[in-house]
Design a protein. Structure first.
Length: 94
C-alpha cells in the first residue's frame, strides 16, 4: 500500500510533463501547479520557451489551465519565490 504522493516540480512545461508521466504509474496530486497559482504569482515568472511535449490526458482541468498560461506567455514560474506559508496551506488543505 502506498501513501499520498505530492509532486512539487519546477513550474514550466516540463513540470506538467513529469506529473503526467508519474500519474501514469501512481496516483498523486500536484502542489502549486494550478491555474490560480500561475495567475496569483505571475510576477515571479520568467521567460522560458514552452516547448516541452505534455501528455495532457492525466492532468486536471486546473493544471491544464495553468499549462495553457505557461505556453501562451512562454513562462516558467519560479516557485521558490512563493511564500512557504502558501505551500504549507496547500499541504494542509489536501
Amino acid at each position: 500500500m502506498y501513501g499520498t504522493v505530492i509532486l512539487d516540480e519546477a513550474f514550466d512545461t516540463a513540470g506538467p510533463a513529469i506529473l503526467a508521466r508519474f500519474r501514469s504509474m501512481r496516483p498523486c496530486r500536484s502542489l502549486l501547479m494550478d491555474h490560480s497559482t500561475v495567475e496569483r504569482w505571475h510576477a515571479l515568472a520568467v521567460p522560458h520557451p514552452a516547448t516541452e511535449h505534455v501528455e495532457t490526458d492525466l492532468l486536471t482541468d486546473d493544471e491544464l489551465g495553468a499549462l495553457a498560461v505557461l505556453r501562451r506567455d512562454g513562462l516558467r514560474l519560479e516557485q521558490e519565490g512563493i511564500p512557504i506559508g502558501r505551500a504549507v496551506d496547500e499541504l494542509l488543505d489536501g
